[in-house]
Structures are given as structure tokens and as C-alpha cells.
Design a protein around this ligand. Structure first.
Ligand SMILES: Nc1ncnc2c1ncn2[C@@H]1O[C@H](COP(=O)(O)OP(=O)(O)OP(=O)(O)O)[C@@H](O)[C@H]1O
Length: 401
């Protein structure tokens, strides 16, 4: 066996069978890159130099590394938007290096920044492109479009006939993900998909991707500049240096705990303690259960209930149980019933958000806590900034001991 390994050290190929992950639904296939090289015309040194890498089925693998190190070139060789100048690429058991690129791309979803949607086509037409190319009948395409809009959290009735310009950046990105998933490809390539949206929207899109991936188990290769994003989304991270040299290929936990080289330590950054917050999900910590009141109910009763519970605010829920504001008791005494005013600045995170996301959201809203939502945006609880601080304390004392 060992004589088949290339001379320089390559990371041990991962196996899909991680402890505790066997129950996951996997629809992806493994990707194997074998000595893959790209030399652009006129370049002295290859942009990607003899890269050997194995990506396990159903894993999300994040590509990080300095600008120009070859991440995008390597990614685009997988679906042959860029032709390799050397090496072999396998999807599952199949060598696809010489396969017709159009055929190959139907098996590989591709998501780029800002969704890459066609501006003159409706959302439905954009999503249905590949199924139409595959000659699905209209009814099947329409049903698939609605199913995918649902999957990415957009109401089909509201969004299917809109044009991309009638969507927010985050919504466009969701449609981009839906389009990439349309023909149910086993592999998804994502090139800085969330780079162009604001931090809070990015955080929600990341949470959605985690949820979708839990459901579908695709093999995802994801290029990012944001190390926190890599830690949050990745089952594994590949840290590259110039020429797409693989410096470290490991789980986020192990890269944070034990960076392979000084270069990786620098890349991980001095804020490694804070980055540990990216490893903890909001759903992993104990949430506070605040006093709640539904829109239109008696305000005095809500105030009394909050006082009895020792709360100085009430979380107001709409008729579907979704939090819309968290007025103080003083604010509530001004009206006889609970108002239906939606607080646009209400800091909200999901159960899959990280403690780092929660902290960012609190800081952005200048609030000492966040409202946490669970299924169908219903209230799951409230997290106070003290919970984040306690997690930082624990990490620090863990590191010191
Ligand atoms: N079409 C091209 N022709 C010539 N050189 C190219 C071409 N595309 C990329 N390069 C060069 O190849 C190297 C790798 O580029 P690539 O875009 O893959 O890096 P990257 O790691 O994705 O960078 P970034 O993080 O800045 O997006 C760079 O030096 C770049 O200048």
C-alpha cells in the first residue's frame, strides 16, 4: 500500500464512518482528486500543483487559504469549468476526468456569490433549468420548483413568479441553492456563496445550509475566506497554501486545537478562544424560558405573569407562535392589549446558530441577549450574553488547565 503514496506527506483520507454519524442520510458520493494540476498559459508556477485529496461521501469540506492560493481553480476543476492540465478526478467509482463537461455538470450543483441567477428569468424558470434540460415534463418541473422553494425556506406561492431583482440578496442566494439542488445532484460546489450578503443574513443562510445538509447528506465542497464560516459549516477544513498545497486537512476541532504549522496558526488567528464559540451551537446550551404573551391578549395579565416570574420583559408572539418583539414591562403598561408591532431590530438566532453568531447578533442590536427560534420560527427560548461569557470562561480555563 504505502509505495502508492506520493512522496510528500498527504493527509490521511477521511472515512465517512465517523462515530455518531452513521445514522445520517447520505446521498452524496466521494470525490477523489489524484495529482490534479493546473498551469495557466504563461504561468511559471502552476496555480494548482499536484493536489491529491479525498472527500468522503456526505461530508461538507471547506477550502480556506490566502487569496490566490488556488482554491477556486481547484474547485472549478471538479466540474471542469476549468480544465486540469494534469491528474485524475473521480466521482464515486467513476473517473470523470474525460467525461463530457455538460453531462458532468448535471451531476454537480454549483452555487456562486449572489446566486448567479439569470435576471430575465423568473425564480421558477431559474430553478427549473436543469430539470428542463433533462426533459422532465412541465408538471414534474413545477412540483420540483415548489418543493425546493419550500426546502430553502421561501413560500412558493409568493416567490415562484418573481424576478431576481425583486428579491433580497439573501433570498437570491436561497434560490441559487435551490437551483443547484434541482436535479438532486450528489455533489454541490459552493464558491463563496454567502460572501455578498450582510453578516446577519449570512448567518441565517449558513443555518439553513446546515439544516438542508442534515436532511440531504450531499457531498459539499465550499470555498470561503471566512475561517469562522469554515469552522461552523465544515465537517472538515482543508487549509491551502500557494499552489493549492494542502497544509492541513482535518476537523475544525482538531485544526483549532492543533494547527499543523505556524502558518495555519496565523490563519486561525489570535482569537482562537473566541473561535471555540463557533464550535458550540445555541441548541447545545440551556436557554431561558421568558414570559410570553400573544398579540391582542390582555397586557396587564402579561405584566403580572412576568413580575411573578421575575422577568422585566415579555416576549410577544404572533398568532403562529413566532416572536415579534420583546417590550419591557414599562412599555407594556401603555396599552390595554398586547400590541402587534413587529420590532424590526429584534435580535433573533436559530438553534443551529453558533454562540459566535449569537454574540454578533447581540452586538449588532446593542442588546444583552437574543431570542432563539426553533421549528417554523416558533420561540425556543432566550439566551443571555452571560451564557456566552460563561462559555468563554470555560474555554479559557480549559486551555489554561
Ligand atoms: N484565467 C487565469 N489565467 C491566468 N492565471 C489565473 C487565471 N485564473 C486564476 N489565475 C491565477 O491562479 C492563481 C490561483 O487563483 P485562484 O482564483 O484559484 O485562487 P483563490 O485561492 O481562489 O483566490 P481568491 O481567494 O483570491 O479567490 C492566482 O495566482 C491567479 O492569479
Amino acid at each position: 500500500m504505502s509505495e502508492t503514496l506520493p512522496s510528500e506527506a498527504q493527509p490521511a483520507p477521511p472515512t465517512a464512518a465517523e462515530p455518531g454519524r452513521d445514522d445520517r442520510n447520505i446521498s452524496g458520493v466521494p470525490i477523489r482528486l489524484d495529482g490534479v494540476t493546473k498551469r495557466y498559459p504563461g504561468q511559471d508556477v502552476p496555480a494548482v500543483d499536484d493536489v491529491t485529496l479525498e472527500i468522503a461521501a456526505g461530508e461538507t469540506v471547506m477550502f480556506v487559504g490566502p487569496s490566490g492560493c488556488g482554491k477556486t481553480t481547484l474547485l472549478k476543476m471538479i466540474n471542469r469549468l476549468i480544465e486540469p492540465t494534469g491528474g485524475r478526478i473521480h466521482l464515486g467509482d467513476e473517473d470523470v476526468t474525460d467525461q463530457d463537461p455538460d453531462r458532468l455538470r448535471r451531476r454537480i450543483g454549483y452555487v456562486i456569490q449572489a446566486g448567479g441567477l439569470f435576471p430575465h428569468m423568473t425564480v421558477a424558470t431559474n430553478i427549473g433549468l436543469v430539470p428542463k434540460m433533462l426533459k422532465w415534463d412541465d408538471a414534474r418541473v413545477a412540483a420540483r420548483v415548489d418543493e425546493l422553494l419550500d426546502l430553502v425556506g421561501l413560500d412558493p406561492d409568493q416567490y415562484r413568479d418573481r424576478y431576481p431583482r425583486e428579491l433580497s440578496g439573501g433570498q437570491q442566494q436561497r434560490v441559487g441553492v435551490a437551483r443547484a439542488l434541482a436535479a438532486d445532484p450528489p455533489v454541490l460546489l459552493m464558491d463563496e456563496p454567502f460572501g455578498a450578503v450582510d453578516p446577519i443574513t449570512r448567518q441565517r443562510l449558513q443555518d439553513e445550509l446546515i439544516r438542508i445538509q442534515e436532511e440531504l447528506g450531499k457531498t459539499i465542497v465550499f470555498v470561503t475566506h471566512d475561517f469562522d464560516e469554515a469552522v461552523k459549516l465544515g465537517d472538515r477544513i482543508v487549509v491551502f497554501d500557494v499552489g493549492a498545497r494542502v497544509v492541513q486537512y482535518d476537523t475544525p476541532e482538531r485544526i483549532l486545537a492543533d494547527p499543523a504549522e505556524e502558518y495555519v496558526a496565523d490563519f486561525v488567528g489570535a482569537g482562537a478562544t473566541l473561535k471555540q464559540l463557533t464550535l458550540t451551537r445555541v441548541g447545545d446550551v440551556d436557554l431561558l424560558q421568558p414570559t410570553t404573551a400573544t398579540v391582542g391578549s390582555d397586557a396587564a395579565a402579561a405584566v403580572a405573569a412576568a413580575q411573578a416570574a421575575g422577568d422585566d420583559y415579555v416576549v410577544v408572539l404572533d398568532r403562529r407562535g413566532r416572536p415579534i418583539s420583546w417590550p419591557t414591562l414599562a412599555e407594556l403598561t401603555r396599552s390595554p392589549t398586547i400590541p402587534d408591532t413587529v420590532d424590526e431590530r429584534l435580535p433573533v438566532v436559530g438553534m443551529r446558530s453558533t454562540l459566535n453568531d449569537a454574540l454578533d447578533t447581540m452586538l449588532a442590536a446593542s442588546q444583552g441577549g437574543v431570542v432563539v427560534t426553533g421549528r417554523r420560527e416558533s420561540l425556543a427560548g432566550v439566551m443571555a450574553v452571560e451564557t456566552v461569557m460563561a462559555a468563554i470562561q470555560r474555554t479559557r480555563s480549559g486551555a489554561a488547565g
